[in-house]
Design a protein. Structure first.
Length: 112
């Protein structure tokens, strides 16, 4: 599963840090970045993030995960390629909006 698979949660995990429990919904992003594909890549990523938000806000998440098992939800994106400035700006802006709803986005590079 990956960023291109719509309406599917790629991976989930429960993590604990500083006595907080997080339900982590992972997005696996294997797509390359570049001048010709950055805009398209961002649209695909935005669609996937929106799918995850729909999963959370429509209470589908509670059908699969007992809220007693976590304190908050994190959408974590695992990128195979370094994110360009346009991508980082998009992620920061998306995170600001998502944090207002009580969730957050994290991302990291994993160039396996």
């Amino acid at each position: 599963m990956s960023v291109t698979d719509r309406n599917i949660i790629d991976i989930t995990s429960i993590e604990e840090k500083n006595s907080q429990k997080y339900l982590v919904l992972w997005i696996s992003d294997h797509l390359e970045w570049g001048d010709d594909v950055t805009r398209e890549h961002l649209i695909i990523l935005q669609d996937k993030i929106n799918d995850y938000l729909d999963f959370i806000t429509s209470d589908q998440v509670s059908e699969h995960y007992d809220s007693d098992n976590y304190d908050t939800i994190v959408i974590r994106i695992l990128f195979s390629y370094p994110v360009p400035l346009d991508g980082t700006a998009f992620l920061n802006q998306a995170n600001e909006v998502i944090e207002e709803a009580g969730y957050r986005i994290e991302w990291k590079l994993d160039p396996r």
